[in-house]
Structures are given as structure tokens and as C-alpha cells.
Design a protein around this ligand. Structure first.
Ligand SMILES: N[C@@H](CCC(=O)N[C@@H](CS)C(=O)NCC(=O)O)C(=O)O
Length: 124
């Protein structure tokens, strides 16, 4: 059973990516001033993710819908992001949003629901 799931995981993940691609939300266009303000704020955020993870797809779609530029970091394939997520974040789970706060401290926010709720509240 485990082997079947492993074999199906990749094609299913590709289907998720394809469906996401054909139904992508439109990126809103902001006035230059608002765009700059958003970019300054989101420069302090990084999204640790897996390309095929459905929770990450959901989170990335929300980021796109809000028109945010948040750097994504592939925590499955890139050893640096993988190790940062585990050692600094504390858990090997994606999506995870790393936020640099006003005082310079770092928050590692786990869970698609929490991340989407936070971004909606802050930028929606
Ligand atoms: N409740 C979490 C679930 C996240 C989750 O299950 N992520 C999976 C990938 S789809 C994960 O991080 N798995 C770790 C692993 O593969 O070891 C959310 O909504 O973000």
C-alpha cells in the first residue's frame, strides 16, 4: 500500500500543479506607491514549501491572489532551505512562512490555514 502511494504521489502532484496552473487567480495591479509598500513588507518574508504539496499550492494561490511578492524556498530539493526549516524553524513541515519581525527576531509560522489567515489579515 505504501509503495502504491509512493508511486502515485508524483503523478498526483503533477496533476495538482497542472490544475493550479490552469485555474490560477489573477494578480491584482497596484499603484506604484502601494506596490512599493507591499514589497518592503514582503521582503521580510520567505515561504518554505514543496512544489507538489497541496497545502503549499493553496498558500501560493493566496499569495498570488493578494499580489504579494514572497520568495519561495524549496525545502525538499534544496539542502540549505531543508536544513534551515528543520534546524531554525524546528519542524520539517511545509508550508512555513518565515517572518522577520520589527525587532529583528524571526517567527516561523507553520500551517496553511494560519499563514493564509495572517496574510489576509495583514494585506487583504
Ligand atoms: N495542516 C498542515 C499540513 C501540512 C502538511 O501535511 N504538509 C506536508 C506536505 S503536503 C509535509 O510537510 N510533510 C512533511 C514530510 O513530507 O515529511 C497545513 O495545512 O499546512
Amino acid at each position: 500500500m505504501k509503495t502504491i502511494f509512493r508511486l502515485l504521489r508524483w503523478p498526483l502532484g503533477q496533476i495538482v500543479i497542472f490544475v493550479d496552473w490552469i485555474t490560477r487567480p489573477k494578480i491584482p495591479v497596484y499603484a506604484a506607491e502601494k506596490r512599493d509598500e507591499l514589497d518592503v513588507n514582503t521582503a521580510k518574508m520567505k515561504l518554505y514549501h514543496f512544489k507538489q504539496c497541496p497545502f503549499c499550492v493553496k498558500t501560493r494561490r493566496n499569495i498570488r491572489r493578494l499580489g504579494l511578492n514572497i520568495e519561495t524556498r524549496d525545502a525538499r530539493n534544496d539542502p540549505q532551505w531543508n536544513s534551515e526549516l528543520i534546524n531554525d524553524g524546528g519542524r520539517y513541515q511545509v508550508p512555513c512562512l518565515r517572518i522577520v519581525k520589527e525587532d529583528g527576531s524571526m517567527e516561523w509560522m507553520y500551517g496553511s490555514k494560519e499563514i493564509i489567515g495572517y496574510l489576509d489579515k495583514r494585506f487583504g
